[in-house]
Design a protein around this ligand. Sequence first.
Ligand code: VAH
Length: 313
Amino acid sequence: KILVIGANGQIGTELVVALRGIHGAENVIASDINDPGYAIRHSGPYELVNVLDKDNLHHIFDKHRPTQVYLLAAILSAIGEQKPKMAWDLNMTGLIHILDFAVEFKTAKVFWPSSIAVFGPNSPQFHTPQYCVMDPNTVYGFSKLAGERWCEYYFTKYGLDVRSIRYPGLIGWRANPGGGTTDYAVHIFHEALKKGKYESFLSADTALPMMYMDDAIRATISLMDAPADQITIRSSYNLAGLSFTPTQLAGEIKKLIPGFEISYADNDPRQAIADSWPKSIDDSYAQRDWGWKLEYDLAAMTSDMLSNLKNII
Ligand code: VAH
């Protein structure tokens, strides 16, 4: 049995679909703090889970004895700056509860998402390496950095096979992002189809590491399926994706929606968060340890997003 916690989120929604396609719907338990979207509930088992409620978690682990747990519940960068203590509590205490129950119930593998948000203003900005100065200045960023330290600690101290990826900004059509800084790169597609224009909350030349969700899900499953002795990083793997600016993304959309117009808001608080992050990432460890290779470039991502979104908007 595989337990996905945070199944209604941007990554969770996609992971439930992918894992159910591989393992069968009845073997993948979707769970979240609230009732699911229609699609998730009606394709397999669903539980209400609150990662801050130890009794609830103990009951779920005892009932399902999961062999794998994906903990995707988190508060992202932008909302994290509005609710810093709540973000720290949910992101940190939630993780520690899951790590403890995974040890207690001998869960074979645990996945936990980190982010390129663990890097900060003094990290190298281009081709940011796996190991470097990391001075994140968002609560989300340093909760993810601390979480990486906890993951490596539980591997070293208890032998827990916990694995992690530092995701770039993720772009997908099945579920919207919630409260992140890279969300502009999803909103722009919806607005392009609905209104033919979009006002970006990040400035025209803000380059960020991004990735199409199909690549992110494939990377996650590749990492989780890799033999344990190939995994040399037990904090979290850099994953590069592709780097682009709002202007470059708008240019790609214009090729398919010729009249599309982009404009730029100024002094949005998310600009400062984006400016503290790297512009591109080096993911040579993921390439070496578990054969990672990106499939979607900017053109392929843009056409796949638009062709899927236009059917559901
Ligand atoms: C966020 N989507 O914007 C997340 C992600 C790298 C960005 O961590 O907060």
